[in-house]
Design a protein around this ligand. Structure first.
Ligand code: CEZ
Length: 780
């Protein structure tokens, strides 16, 4: 029911019914906009805190972007009622009338969402783009009369503004704007909040470029005795010209159109937040001079050709877009969780290394003098730690290390280690290298009498909040993650000739691994943790939450398991966590609260951290399997590693079950495959996820086996056994490098350039801006 357009430029869905919650998204630096194929919309803009300019019909809780967002009839949307002269009424894109349309296509482009619809011999092309520099939706409708008769149409764009405030809300028609202005006061009670409220964009603008016959701004007056699917306003010959005076606002306009046979007409509208009527007037100029937010990320990323079309499509066209969304929007927060900030900006290292450097220094400037990274990174003066960032989590230091490792290998900019940065709680300045040493010291110190890492009220797993609530519970995952961090740090120190400290952190890595092997190995896999009351969990004895994916993946990253242990873990994961829709984060999913563990066990079985196919965790696993391959010099898990990656993609054969288009990788698909098979596979539709950077990294370093280090390149591909060839183009130290991989009798690496030095699989001598072709033969 969907089609991938040429060169991955767009994805087309042919029905509003087959995947009703399939969404597309757009963003610019000020906002994000997500819309379902049927016309429901979610939009947030930053001012700088996230805010809405279109709300639901009743008061909404303020929250962060959620998975499996609930759509209902009456949900905020962007609708266009069309009334024909014979009074037939239908709506674009599909909601709210839900009238079957003769032809329907919903199209996600790189910088547009578009619908191509035909009905009653009329062709409609509806598209939305965002302005490049402000929060503003630009809507265009092209109408073509395909019949041989003159037709008369009433078009009613209907943009819900919704219940914005219990203090003050209204909306009115403003003739000078040729449109509607909704006004409200963001509700507040504390006088100290007033300065912020005063600055906020508490107005919603909806303006048209075409003559307006009538309007409504009061939701109730517009609906009358009808509903959104059949409002009185549209049934009448004209809207009621209502003004919303402390009533729920809506923005509906009536345009009358006459079309000769084959004639075409274009209409456009702008919708978005604004500060004042004067500001609205300035924005209205954009009707004439609209500049669309354009993507710039594709040329910075990699390009691959493999026998797997779904993978090519995701990597070449859509994943870089999702990476870019993360680094430009910071997930629409002003205090991204430190863990998210450092993982999302792994992508900056590939797409914008200057930004990556700036963000690493920003994060380190908020580190405590004791070495602890804070729970969130404040992006603006006045930003505060909110939501989950008020709950102490133990893992934030870990994420510095994969970041620094990738930054150094990709950029070769070792001078960053000597750059000085301040601290969050002291005027003192230290070099980045000293900051990182302190971060390791802190992780080392935060262990219990057994030498295991204390979990506090959560680690990577946010809602695992009661394992260590009394201060004693520990996490095997975090112990492995700390060991992994020490391992990375030790390798960096070795490169910088600091052999004494390199040896120390290598020893500490070994100590943590040994401790986990002694206290955490359960026979076929590692336990997840030990509770405050000294009980192991995530072990074979448990009925629920018997096996967790993360400790296995990170044990591999920290190099704790022997090859025999690794095989056992892989087998256990295959038999207990693998489903047709990907690898679950834990199984079986919890069905009731386990007070030893916390609120993760209260999440609905198979959703989010409670046993979904949590793609972030799956991408760690893929990366770890490839890492294993490198360390143990074996390709025995290559097929599984690829399966882990592939199973995260919505494909032709399973997209209906997932309910998602292949325009992004969601944070999860429903798991609990054996417990609740009917919901298994359903996408969360949430494109905020740490998955994307680790996925990209797994493809580059894992599947293609490309690793840069100290100015040279190593290529050791890990192709699945069924592939005979593949190629990748990537910027390597500023040079444009294409690597062709083939199977052959004898493994070799060669190049078209005599200026490169090749020793085994190591290649050096790249010059920036030059183009190189490297041919790699791997064993048949
Ligand atoms: O959020 C993510 C976090 O942003 O959950 C991950 C964690 O590593 C990320 O940093 C795993 O826990 O509070 C909660 O219950 C949640 O855990 C979520 O908010 C979670 C969601 O999946 C949101 O998408």
């Amino acid at each position: 029911s969907y089609e991938k357009g040429t060169g991955g430029a767009e994805i087309r869905l042919h029905s509003p019914l087959s995947m009703p919650n399939a969404t597309g998204y757009l963003w610019n630096k000020k906002m994000m906009f997500q819309m379902t194929c049927r016309g429901y919309a979610n939009a947030l803009h930053m001012q700088p805190e996230p805010a809405k300019y279109a709300y639901g019909q009743s008061f909404e809780a303020k929250t962060f972007m959620q998975p499996e967002h609930h759509y209902y009839s009456g949900h905020p949307g962007r609708f266009f009622y069309i009334k024909l002269s014979n009074s037939d009424i239908f709506s674009l894109p599909y909601e709210p009338t839900r009238q079957t349309l003769d032809k329907f296509a919903f199209i996600q482009g790189q910088d547009t969402l578009r619908w191509e619809i035909e009905h009653a011999n009329i062709q409609f092309t509806l598209r939305v783009t965002l302005a490049d520099d402000v929060a503003l939706e630009d809507w265009r409708l092209d109408i073509v009369n395909k019949s041989n008769n003159e037709i008369h149409l009433d078009i009613y764009p209907c943009f819900t503004i919704g219940y914005a405030s219990w203090m003050n809300q209204s909306a009115r028609f403003v003739p000078e704007l040729n449109g509607i202005l909704g006004e409200y006061i963001t509700p507040y009670q504390k006088a100290k909040d007033y300065p912020k409220i005063k600055q906020s964009m508490d107005k919603t603008l909806f303006i048209a470029d075409s003559p307006i016959e009538s309007f409504d701004t009061s939701t109730n007056r517009f609906l009358g005795e009808g509903h959104m699917h059949c409002p009185d306003g549209v049934k009448h010959s004209s809207l009621f010209n209502s003004t919303a005076l402390y009533e729920t606002p809506i923005a509906v306009l009536q345009h009358k159109i006459r079309l000769e046979p084959r004639q075409q007409k274009k209409l456009s509208w702008l919708f978005g937040p604004c500060q004042s009527e004067t500001h609205a007037k300035t924005l209205s100029n954009r009707l004439q001079q609209h500049i669309t937010a354009k993507p710039s990320y594709l040329k910075q990323g990699i390009s691959i050709q493999t026998p797997n079309a779904d993978l090519n499509h995701m990597i070449n066209s859509w994943l870089p877009r999702q990476l870019s969304y993360h680094i430009e929007s910071n997930r629409l927060t002003t205090d991204p969780q430190t863990r998210n900030f450092l993982q999302d900006h792994l992508s900056s290292i590939w797409l914008n290394p200057t930004l990556a450097k700036r963000n690493l220094l920003l994060a380190l400037s908020q580190q405590g003098k004791n070495g602890a990274m804070p729970d969130g990174i404040l992006l603006h003066e006045g930003a505060e730690l909110k939501y989950i960032n008020q709950v102490p989590h133990s893992d934030h230091n870990v994420w510095l290390f994969p970041f620094v490792e990738l930054y150094l290998s990709e950029t070769n900019d070792f001078s960053i280690l000597e750059t000085t940065v301040g601290f969050g709680d002291s005027d003192h300045e230290s070099t980045v290298s000293e900051h990182l040493e302190l971060a390791c010291d802190y992780l080392w110190a935060q262990r219990d009498h057994r030498g295991l890492s204390l979990i506090q009220q959560g680690d990577w797993c946010d809602p695992m909040n009661m394992v260590g609530i009394q201060g004693r519970g520990v996490s095997f995952w975090l112990t492995f993650a700390s060991a992994y961090a020490f391992g990375i740090w030790s390798k960096i120190l070795k490169t910088t000739q600091d052999t004494i400290r390199a040896a120390k952190w290598h020893d500490y890595q070994q100590i943590l691994n040994d401790t986990c092997n002694t206290l955490g190995w359960d026979g076929d896999w590692y336990a997840r943790g030990i509770t405050d009351d000294d009980e192991h969990f995530g072990i074979s004895r448990d009925q629920e939450g018997q096996i967790f994916l993360n400790p296995q993946a990170w044990a591999m990253l920290s190099e704790a398991p022997t090859p025999e242990q690794a095989d056992k873990m892989v087998n256990a994961i295959e038999s207990k966590l693998r489903t047709p829709f990907g690898y679950c984060m834990l199984a079986p999913a919890y069905t009731h609260m386990d007070e030893r563990i916390g609120r993760v066990t209260q999440k609905f079985p198979g959703t989010a951290e409670n046993g979904s196919v949590y793609n972030h965790a799956a991408s760690f696993y893929a990366y770890a399997l490839y890492q294993q391959a490198k360390i143990n010099n074996t390709n025995k898990h290559n097929d599984i590693a690829f399966e882990v990656l592939f199973s995260m993609l919505a494909t032709d054969s399973d997209c209906l079950k997932r309910g998602q288009l292949p325009n992004f990788i969601p944070n999860y698909y429903r798991g609990a495959y054996h417990q609740l098979p009917e919901a298994a596979g359903r996408s969360s539709q949430l494109f905020n996820t740490g998955t994307c950077a680790w996925y990209y990294r797994s493809v580059i370093e894992g599947l293609f086996g490309i690793k840069q280090s100290k100015g040279s390149l190593t290529v050791k591909p890990n192709l699945p056994s069924s592939w005979t060839n593949a190629s990748i183009s990537k910027k390597i130290f500023g040079a444009n490098v294409r690597i062709n991989i083939k199977r052959g009798a004898e493994a070799s690496v060669s190049s078209d350039s005599n200026n490169l030095q090749i020793e085994g699989s190591h290649i050096s001598g790249f010059e920036a801006k030059k183009t190189y072709l490297i041919s790699v033969i791997i064993n048949e």
